[in-house]
Design a protein around this ligand. Structure first.
Ligand code: C5J
Length: 235
């Protein structure tokens, strides 16, 4: 099978070179997804994010079988909060701030249980985990250097939340010259209308900063690619 596949996407079909494409999984952290976590204490409906888990588990498995570079991100801060700008720290209700005790440890603090990725998507050995202090995965991280080192030109962007960290990362990536496919059933928002409009905004105006596509065709293409080149699989 050729390394390049054409997938149905919005606003147009897109040719993807699977050898220079990476899967980016944004902030699938317990603090955002689990009942009792930070996201829920802010009054959000976490079931809106949990619907992403099933499709994303399948996409991740297909990407691993195909030997694709997989990058996980986690939003969070150092225990002394020195990397958290006051403008971010002081926002919201005082009882629910970053660094405060939460159901799963200090909220969004590196090393705490709630800061880590949900069990279903635990990174495998060798997969890249980017700890980011901001909403975008490029800001104050090594992500750009890692992608350059691997010769990556296209990204499958997944994770949460669609209108915040997924959007910010996709916009950052687009400005850096990456072609981004935001995988529509593998991204989630607490707010159904933000999910819908967030996806529409990406593909509007001829793909103003990317493409959107559901995971089905991508999983099929990755599975076929893995079958054609079994040595590429990552265990
Ligand atoms: C938010 C994120 N929503 N990962 N973080 O604060 O989207």
């Amino acid at each position: 099978m050729a390394d390049t596949v054409t997938i149905s996407a919005q606003p147009d079909d897109l040719a993807l070179d699977l050898t220079t494409t990476a899967l980016v999984i944004i902030d699938m952290q317990r603090d955002f997804l689990l009942p009792g976590g930070f996201g829920e204490t802010l009054g959000n409906d976490v079931t809106q994010l949990q619907r992403v888990v099933g499709p994303l588990v399948e996409l991740l498995a297909a990407a691993r079988r195909a030997g694709m570079l997989v990058i996980h991100t986690r939003e969070g801060h150092l225990p002394d909060l020195s990397d958290c700008p006051p403008a971010k720290l002081n926002r919201g209700a005082p009882s629910k701030r970053i660094g405060d005790p939460g159901a799963f440890g200090r909220i969004l603090i590196r090393g705490e249980y709630g800061h880590d990725i949900i069990d279903e998507l635990t990174p495998s050995d060798g997969e890249v985990v980017i700890d980011k202090p901001g909403k975008g995965a490029f800001y104050a991280t090594d992500l750009g250097a890692i992608l350059a080192e691997h010769g990556i030109t296209q990204l499958l962007v997944t994770g949460v939340t669609t209108e915040v960290c997924v959007h910010t990362t996709t916009r950052e990536a687009n400005d850096r010259g990456y072609e981004c496919v935001v995988v529509s059933d593998c991204v989630g928002s607490y707010f159904p209308e933000f999910q819908r409009v967030g996806l529409e905004m990406i593909a509007a105006q001829g793909g103003i900063f990317g493409w959107t596509a559901p995971s089905g065709e991508l999983i099929a293409a990755l599975t076929e690619h893995a079958a054609a080149s079994p040595s590429s699989a990552v265990s």
